[in-house]
Design a protein around this ligand. Structure first.
Ligand code: AMP
Ligand code: MG
Length: 425
């Protein structure tokens, strides 16, 4: 893995004291590498995991031409002679094909087969007339020929997947749909990258753990719980190292323990400029660490580095800044480490319902509530107190309004980019 200095040298305009959000992303994508270790996962354990190998389809799906409807199957060539004359086609029913119980006989011209959805279409039959379109008389069905084209209501062999073709790719995330696809191929086990192990702790003498008695000037630790939630959503294993006092020995011990066990370490607090505490000092002592001031809000201070074999993300202390820096930078970096090819969710355009004040020269992430306007278009309202310590407005938001680096004030009604939380947090 490259050093921080070598990557910094590759980036245009790298200034740790005033870093653009886009440079941070650029830096991390060059720096962070996949943790390449594979394991086998059973389909029930595979949800959310990342494939480490392509899955080649061992069979074709569907394995045979079959009917998409309950109806009557026949040779579609008989339609053309009747369609122009708008004639009624009458066919004699010679048998029945059920799903899982194929018809063995032959079906000739002027004949058809009663067929159920999913039943195999015998050779020579390519078209199905749905049962609701036919008139049944004695042993024959009649229907207007112009209703159908040859091949209608037929599911073709391999139309979902052809045998020998990649059904899923290395780096794909195993979503519920992907699990279904694996099952449709008869596959019970897959090769996946092992789960990332992330150690995290909070720093600060004023931080109380749950269960501790409130005391003057102290606040309860919320960051460990948002980080826990965010990591769980990503499918990471986590090692919770608690709240670490602002004492050099305690901090050194926590970082060393974390680095021995984890692929990445996430801390919060202690990385701001004027910090009087030891967090930065110990990070500096133990690893190759850069301390950044990012042109963003909320956020700004952040440390990244390497301690032993672990990647360090030293997040700011303020609870919303933790979440925003996680979403903007840590999450994509972790996905990369996980071997995932998942792209960041697309930004959506929504009309801002209110004017927004914004200074050019930094990226701002405002908590927003996105909804559908009366005409169906997307609209977004910046909600509540946007203070970087105010978690309640984060709870009520369903996304972040992303105001880009060079963007200025936004007038009411103007379009802005939004990053939706759904599926992410
Ligand atoms: P710092 O970056 O350490 O200066 O912290 C910035 C602000 O975030 C301070 O008001 C801290 O009290 C607060 N803070 C730091 N860590 C946490 C935490 N784990 N939970 C809640 N608030 C925190
Ligand atoms: Mg602090």
């Amino acid at each position: 893995m490259k050093t921080i200095a070598s990557i910094a040298a590759e980036l245009d305009g790298y200034d740790p004291q005033a870093l653009r959000a886009s440079s941070v992303s650029d830096f991390l994508s060059r720096w962070v590498e996949p943790v390449a270790a594979q394991e086998t996962a059973d389909i029930f354990q595979a949800l959310g995991r990342i494939l480490s190998q392509d899955v080649i389809s061992p069979i074709s799906v569907p394995p045979h031409d079959n009917s998409a409807m309950d109806g009557y199957a026949f040779d579609g060539r008989q339609l053309s002679s009747h369609a122009e004359a708008q004639e009624t086609l009458t066919l004699e029913v010679v048998g029945t094909a059920l799903a899982g119980k194929a018809w063995q006989g032959t079906v000739g011209a002027g004949e058809c087969l009663k067929i159920m959805t999913g039943a195999v279409l015998p050779p020579g039959l390519d078209t199905v007339v749905p049962q609701e379109f036919v008139t049944l008389q004695a042993n024959a069905v009649s229907f207007p020929a112009k209703l159908l084209q040859p091949g209608d209501n037929r599911r073709k062999l391999g139309e979902d997947l052809m045998q020998g073709q990649p059904a899923l790719r290395r780096g794909d995330c195993l979503t519920p749909a992907a699990l279904g696809l694996l099952a449709s191929l008869g596959i019970e086990q897959v090769q996946v990258w092992r789960k990332l192990r992330i150690a995290y702790f909070s720093t600060g003498d004023e931080i109380l753990s749950l269960g501790e008695r409130p005391r003057e000037g102290a606040v309860y630790d919320s960051n460990r719980y948002t980080v826990f939630g965010l990591l769980s959503r990503l499918g990471c294993e986590y090692i919770d190292l608690g709240v670490v006092r602002d004492e050099p020995e305690r901090l050194e011990e926590a970082f060393t323990t974390a680095a021995l066990q984890a692929d990445a370490i996430i801390t919060s607090g202690g990385v701001s400029v004027g910090e009087a505490d030891y967090t930065k000092l110990i990070m500096h002592k133990l690893g190759d660490v850069a301390f950044w001031k990012i042109a963003m809000r909320p956020g700004r201070p952040m440390a990244v580095g390497r301690i032993g074999n672990s990647i360090l993300f030293g997040l700011p202390g303020n609870p919303v800044a933790v979440m925003v820096t996680f979403l903007a930078f840590v999450r994509p970096a972790l996905l990369r480490m996980m071997g995932s090819t998942l792209q960041a969710p697309p930004l959506l355009k929504a009309h801002s319902m209110v004017p927004l004040r914004k200074k050019p020269g930094r990226t701002e992430y405002q908590r927003g509530s996105v909804s559908n306007a009366a005409d169906g278009s997307l609209q977004v309202r910046a909600i509540g107190n946007q203070g970087s310590g105010v978690l309640s407005s984060m709870v009520h938001a369903n996304g972040l309004i992303v105001l880009h680096h060079d963007q200025g004030n936004v007038a009411a009604g103007e379009e802005v980019d939004v990053m939706m939380f759904d599926g992410v947090i």
